[in-house]
Design a protein around this ligand. Structure first.
Ligand SMILES: [Cu+2]
Length: 308
């Protein structure tokens, strides 16, 4: 399983881990030294609309989005839009990031040098935080739910209302009125010796009047967590039945007044690169990220590998 768009926090960010930011909150202080000189801070961005864009050179949707961000920047910078790309690459991949950023007009920064701990764990890439002219967070985890990244139209839909000072339009706080999905029967499985991945199953029930969607999860016990679906493979390959593979998903809809079960053989959360084995009886913290309800914190019990 390859790393794709969800990664855990870098060591730097993990050590500064804070309560995740909610839409409508005042943005925390930050200090972002820019490659090529200067810096961006909460203070310097007063009266500007600011898009903090976390990305890495290995991330496919990040690479897809970059030219669109560049277009957005060139089109609206004079009207008050600033974009800064915060590179989350490992040091040995920095030259790749540098080459990519040479083609773009907006400034960038090396993540390990930026003081952005107040934004909490960067639980997926790409991920953008949109801050309005008054320093209020208007999007805390803006990203596409596919490998193509956000379209130009979607970027404009998100950013333009704040440039115009129109606080209606795409106002995301309206979406927050939806009910938080209920989480039922969440459990993790103990890991076998030598196994570095874990799995969490749960049932999500949506008692609200509009659909919501699970978009990702994170936990300090794993480097990153992916939403997977186990797919049975047909016999076409001649490899016989009983084979399966896991497909990475971005977006699991929980319909209004409906529920979705993540269970063996179907959807699950895959805890990748575990820090330590998961042991039966242990309780692990887990944050779920929903499209509308935002972050939901859980404590998940680890059950024995072989159900008893
Ligand atoms: Cu999996």
């Amino acid at each position: 399983m390859k790393k794709q768009w969800i990664i855990g926090a870098s060591l730097l960010l993990a050590s500064l881990m804070a309560q995740a930011l909610e839409i409508g909150d005042k943005a925390p202080d930050y200090r972002i030294p820019l490659e090529g000189g200067g810096e961006m801070t909460a203070h310097s961005q007063q009266d500007r609309v600011t898009l903090l864009h976390f990305w890495a050179s290995w991330c496919v949707p990040c690479r897809e989005e970059m030219p669109r961000l560049d277009t957005l920047y060139r089109r609206y910078h004079e009207q008050g839009l600033d974009i800064v790309a915060i590179d989350m690459d490992n040091p040995h991949d920095l030259p790749d990031a540098r080459i990519m950023m040479e083609h773009h007009h907006f400034p960038w920064s090396v993540g390990s040098r930026a003081d952005v701990g107040g934004f909490g764990r960067i639980w997926r890439l790409p991920m953008s935080v949109l801050i309005d002219r008054h320093g209020i967070v208007r999007q805390n985890a803006l990203a596409a739910d596919n490998d193509q990244g956000l379209s130009e139209a979607e970027l404009e839909r998100q950013v333009l209302p704040w440039l115009k000072g129109d606080h209606h339009g795409a106002n995301p706080t309206e979406a927050k009125k939806t009910m938080t999905p209920l989480v039922l029967h969440a459990y993790a499985r103990a890991t076998a010796p030598g196994q570095s991945v874990g799995v969490v199953y749960l049932t999500l029930r949506n008692e609200g009047d509009s659909d919501d969607a699970l978009e990702g999860a994170d936990s300090p016990v794993a480097d990153h967590i992916m939403l997977h679906q186990t797919m049975a493979m047909g016999d076409m390959s001649g490899m016989g039945s009983g084979m399966s593979h896991m497909q990475h998903e971005y977006h699991l809809v929980i319909p209004a007044h409906g529920q979705v079960e993540l269970k063996p053989g179907g959807h699950h959360l895959m805890l990748e690169d575990l820090e330590k084995p998961l042991v039966a009886g242990q309780v692990i913290p887990l944050d779920l990220h929903f499209q509308h309800a935002g972050k939901v914190h859980l404590e998940v019990e680890v059950t024995p590998l072989v159900p008893q």
